[in-house]
Design a protein around this ligand. Structure first.
Ligand code: SF4
Length: 271
């Protein structure tokens, strides 16, 4: 395809669901960002290989796309059928009863059966389900060290940090700016805990998306003409208790969830 003349020539190929997985608020904003060279078309996970080819994208050396989140989830479920759930539960801080392993995700029970099927007290989102299974399958189960590090200091996190900032820290900061109850929700709805202020922040809260993968959110209020800021920290063991891709998925999933919650309360943090 010759170079698009405007953003609408890109937009017409998009899914138009405004799902936000590309990091933009809408498909139209994504089309504009691609047109301006600020995004690559392959960042939209909903495009077929044929559409990508039209834009001259080769997703990888074999020309095939990365597996979709749904495919990845199915693969992880099939891998669960091959492991001893009781041993895995001991390793990752879960409870195993009968044929079911259960652990707390954001303070709520989340379970998997030996056949790989999932049950939970909360809605099963791929951004929670895939890291949950990956944690059980491959997490080393190391106890938290108490040393907090940013995403870029985790093994494999440096290259992906700009995208992590864009999809996780920036949207979460926008939520914290407009929806002042965010940190109360984290404590009261998601089983989080307010902790002593870290790194001279104004608010520091810790939550557990997975038992041995604590996440600390630090927020600095605006001051002396300086904008507010928000940063996410992980225990330094996070890259061994979870693969870096799943750490990314959890962070961006949390940001999406908080954005939706603030919207439900009438605060639009997407601008
Ligand atoms: S990922 Fe972005 S461009 Fe693709 S459907 Fe979702 S919002 Fe639209």
């Amino acid at each position: 395809m010759s170079k698009p003349k405007n953003a609408f020539e890109i937009f017409r190929f998009l899914d138009k669901s405004n799902c936000g997985q590309c990091g933009e608020k809408t498909c139209l904003a994504f089309a504009g960002a691609v047109f301006l060279g600020q995004q690559r078309i392959r960042e939209c996970p909903k495009l077929s290989p044929e559409i990508l080819e039209r834009f001259g994208e080769e997703p990888d050396a074999t020309g095939s796309r990365e597996p979709s989140p749904e495919d990845r989830l199915e693969k992880l479920k099939s891998e669960i059928t091959l492991i001893d759930l009781a041993k895995a539960a001991e390793r990752v801080g879960a409870i195993c009863s009968g044929r079911k392993l259960t652990l707390k995700v954001l303070g709520k029970d989340f379970s998997v059966y030996e056949k790989g099927n999932l049950t939970t007290e909360i809605h099963i989102n791929p951004w929670v389900a895939a890291p949950f299974l990956s944690y059980i399958l491959y997490g080393q189960g190391l106890p938290a060290s108490g040393k907090w590090v940013p995403y870029r200091e985790l093994r494999g996190g440096r290259d992906g940090y700009p995208l992590f900032q864009k999809r996780c820290e920036e949207p979460m900061k926008k939520v914290a700016d407009v929806y002042t109850s965010l940190f109360d929700d984290i404590v009261h709805v998601f089983g989080g805990k307010q902790v002593d202020k870290q790194f001279e922040s104004d608010i520091s809260v810790v939550l557990h998306p997975l038992p041995k993968v604590p996440v600390m959110i630090c927020y600095w209020l605006p001051e002396d003409g300086m904008d507010s800021s928000l940063h996410i920290f992980f225990d330094e063991t996070a890259d061994r208790n979870l693969d870096i891709g799943s750490v990314f998925t959890l962070g961006t999933g949390l940001a999406q969830m908080f954005t939706k919650i603030s919207l439900r309360h009438g605060f639009d943090a997407r601008t």
